[in-house]
Ligand binder design. Structure first.
Ligand code: HEC
Ligand code: HEC
Ligand code: HEC
Ligand code: HEC
Ligand code: HEC
Length: 233
């Protein structure tokens, strides 16, 4: 569904001229600084540190960190789809169900009440999106995680976050930095959800291992990786 929405957008040819224009506008536009600063301070999805308050105080530090539940137990689609599914209430209820079938962990906790309401009404919990790219950008989770880019490279130490915040800027230059030199980040695909992995675990330094993996995964050359139509299609 999400994929369809994104691929419907055709990046117009005039967009090629937009970026240089934008740069000129910014360099010559000291007058507009107050406007830019004004935008910069309003908390929105592109600001590093953005941390909306969630309807349930769900903690990744507790569930993914202390309890060690794998990311894919909840974000079931990351390896085979463009998007990473947010778990439905059913998945939480496998541990928190107040009914006898579940384990009923913390079943009297007020913090879980919105979850129980959702279970009863059938309406999903209204989680607030933390990461949100503009619709004219094409992004694909499976294309990354199956080629050895770990969750931690883009989302930071989620296993230490009580509440999720934006760890990386998700800007075009951020994407391009890695697309120009993916060897700085590549890891064995079986380690993608291992939050504390480093190349030293394989007895190598990152650049040596990264260069080997770049060949192994047959990563596209940097012309393709940085071409506009790779991300704006
Ligand atoms: C027990 C289920 C569960 C596990 C395990 C889990 N998550 Fe989550 N995750 C959630 C829920 C629920 C949300 C939505 C609420 C929130 O943002 O905290 C979420 C949100 C996120 C978000 C933010 C999504 C957005 O709105 O932009 C990221 C990124 C994320 N998880 C990554 C991870 C990673 C990486 C791991 C493994 C280290 C992981 N999660 C493990 C349940 C889980
Ligand atoms: C594999 C089992 C398991 C799953 C699945 C699970 N949890 Fe938990 N959850 C726990 C455990 C264990 C605790 C800690 C209980 C304690 O501190 O005694 C906990 C604690 C919590 C708490 C804190 C409750 C309190 O009173 O402090 C919240 C909120 C919570 N979970 C929400 C969720 C949500 C939302 C989901 C689904 C996205 C989820 N959990 C999925 C096992 C699970
Ligand atoms: C190459 C960077 C990158 C990697 C690797 C990555 N993500 Fe993401 N993730 C993103 C971006 C960018 C978004 C925002 C996508 C959007 O708004 O369309 C996102 C969004 C999400 C979301 C919100 C739902 C969605 O798809 O928009 C969740 C949950 C999530 N990621 C979990 C994970 C987990 C779990 C892993 C590891 C298995 C992972 N991500 C690996 C960059 C990444
Ligand atoms: C940490 C490194 C890293 C970051 C950050 C990153 N990427 Fe990637 N990206 C990769 C790698 C590696 C591949 C796999 C290339 C291949 O298969 O040849 C890839 C592949 C892709 C592809 C699929 C290309 C294809 O046709 O197979 C798209 C689209 C893409 N990235 C978009 C993005 C966007 C948009 C962002 C920023 C929001 C981003 N990427 C951030 C490393 C990264
Ligand atoms: C690796 C992925 C990637 C590639 C390649 C890429 N872009 Fe982008 N582009 C993005 C992302 C992500 C954004 C959204 C940034 C944001 O929201 O801050 C973006 C935003 C833009 C914008 C809007 C700028 C703004 O500030 O509003 C323009 C224009 C643009 N890109 C043009 C291009 C052109 C022209 C090329 C080829 C030279 C290109 N892009 C190549 C990922 C990419």
């Amino acid at each position: 569904m999400a994929e369809h929405k994104r691929s419907d957008f055709v990046f117009p040819p005039w967009a090629n001229y937009l970026l240089p224009l934008l740069i000129v506008a910014v360099l010559g536009g000291a007058l507009y600084a107050p406007i830019i600063v004004g935008y910069g301070f309003s908390p929105k999805a592109t600001t590093v540190g953005y941390q909306p308050k969630q309807p349930v105080p769900y903690s990744h530090a507790m569930h993914a960190g202390q309890l060690g539940i794998d990311c894919r137990f909840c974000h079931t689609t990351v390896e085979n789809n463009t998007y990473a599914a947010i778990p439905n209430t059913q998945i939480c209820m496998s541990c928190h169900s107040p009914q006898e079938a579940g384990n009923g962990i913390r079943k009297n906790s007020e913090k879980l009440q919105p979850l129980f309401d959702s279970y009863e009404s059938g309406l999903p919990v209204e989680w607030i999106k933390v990461h949100d790219l503009p619709d004219y950008v094409y992004f694909n989770h499976s294309a990354h995680v199956n080629k050895g880019i770990g969750c931690a490279s883009c989302h930071g130490r989620i296993d230490k976050m009580e509440e999720v915040y934006l760890d990386q800027p998700l800007s075009m230059s951020w994407c391009l930095d890695c697309h120009r030199a993916p060897q700085k980040h590549l890891r064995p695909a079986e380690q993608i959800t291992n939050m504390s992995w480093t190349a030293a675990d394989e007895g190598k330094d990152q650049l040596t291992l990264g260069a080997e993996l770049k060949d192994f995964y047959n990563i596209h050359d940097s012309t393709y990786m940085t071409s506009c139509s790779t991300c704006h299609r």
